[in-house]
Design a protein around this ligand. Structure first.
Ligand code: NAD
Length: 311
């Protein structure tokens, strides 16, 4: 039922995800507004289409991996978009793996389910949408070790699980539509705050005369231990193989972190919740981007904000 897979958004993440689907034996059709991104596939004989609608016409399931909610809306509801057929669609499943706000995911899911299927397929006569953002970054996309956080109808999640496992190693069902998107922005909210907290404490410790490696060893065997201290330490030289040890290159950019924090803050605002630390973290990452560090890994908050050293 999910033999023919459409994939839209062939950037840093999508290129590897689509390639892994092809490696796993799926019949993949691709589209991107960037001709060069599509060419990498068409040169290998992979079918590429000029519009999202043409991808939909060729697919049982369509996966999108796009920068932001406006791009996702464009691809779904724009001119020649996935839902261009209006009421009569060929794919029975739509999966959006972009990091966007849960409100947009819920709205789009309603638009999808207000359509009917061209041919009776799957278990329902209306198409279904899952929000399935990922964690694991570009290395995880390449190595097929992504984690998918999935919101939407559970039956659709179960049907799509083999597809997720062709692109990653973990899938977590989060509940109804929009819950995958909510899980992703909450995870990144906590990650940003913990990275800033660890950076601030390590910078203060250094200024008070304690070596960052000593303080890290204390954190890691004490109550300050967390992923930002024991797996992704922000101080150059404390850990090998992390962005802080290669001039903060690669990894997860400050620009994407600022975007995800903006999504979390917009969602909080919409439900009237006050998030003082999230709001401070959003300001900090926005400032880092303004200072020109938008493509540096988000752990650069240590050096550029707290340690105050020049690049
Ligand atoms: P990217 O900018 O590298 O790729 C996005 C691709 O979408 C580009 O090739 C672009 O040309 C294409 N695109 C944009 N608008 C389009 C449209 N209207 N129609 C067709 N194609 C269009 O982004 P990325 O790093 O691959 O990230 C994609 C999503 O995954 C984002 O939402 C991001 O937040 C999320 N994400 C990224 C990472 C990471 O480490 N890069 C990790 C987890 C999640």
């Amino acid at each position: 039922q999910l033999e023919k897979v459409g994939f839209i958004g062939l950037g840093n993440m999508g290129y590897h995800m689509a390639s892994n689907l092809i490696r796993a034996g799926h019949i993949v059709t691709v589209h991107d507004i960037n001709y060069d991104a599509m060419k990498k596939f068409s040169e290998k004989g992979i079918s590429s289409k000029k519009t999202p609608f043409e991808v939909a016409e060729a697919s049982d399931v369509v996966i999108t991996m796009l920068p932001s909610a406006s791009n996702v809306l464009d691809v779904y509801t724009g001119q020649n978009g996935l839902l261009h057929g209006g009421s009569c669609l060929r794919p029975w499943l739509f999966i959006d793996s972009s990091t966007i706000d849960p409100q947009t995911s819920r709205k789009l899911s309603m638009s999808v389910s207000s359509c009917v299927l061209k041919e009776q397929k799957g278990y329902a006569n209306t198409p279904v949408m899952l929000d399935a953002p990922v964690s694991g970054g570009v290395p995880g996309a390449e190595a097929r070790t992504l984690t998918f956080m999935v919101g939407g109808l559970e039956e659709a999640y179960i049907a799509a699980k083999p597809l997720f496992l062709s692109m990653g190693k973990n899938t977590i069902y989060c509940g109804g539509t929009g819950n995958g998107a909510a899980a992703k922005i909450c995870n990144n909210l906590a990650m940003a705050i913990s990275m800033i907290g660890v950076s601030e404490a390590l910078a203060l410790g250094q200024s008070l005369g304690i070596a960052a490696s000593t303080l890290t060893a204390i954190f890691n065997s004490s109550s300050a231990r967390c992923w930002s201290s024991d797996s992704y330490n922000p101080v150059p030289g404390v850990m090998e193989g992390v962005p802080s040890s290669r001039n903060y290159d690669g990894g997860f950019s400050s620009k994407l972190m600022a975007k995800d924090l903006a999504l979390a803050m917009a969602s909080a605002k919409e439900i009237g919740m006050n998030c003082p630390l999230g709001s401070a973290a959003h300001e900090i990452y926005t400032e880092l981007c303004k200072q020109g560090y938008e493509s540096k890994d988000f752990s650069c908050v240590f050096r550029h904000l707290y340690a105050g050293k020049n690049e």
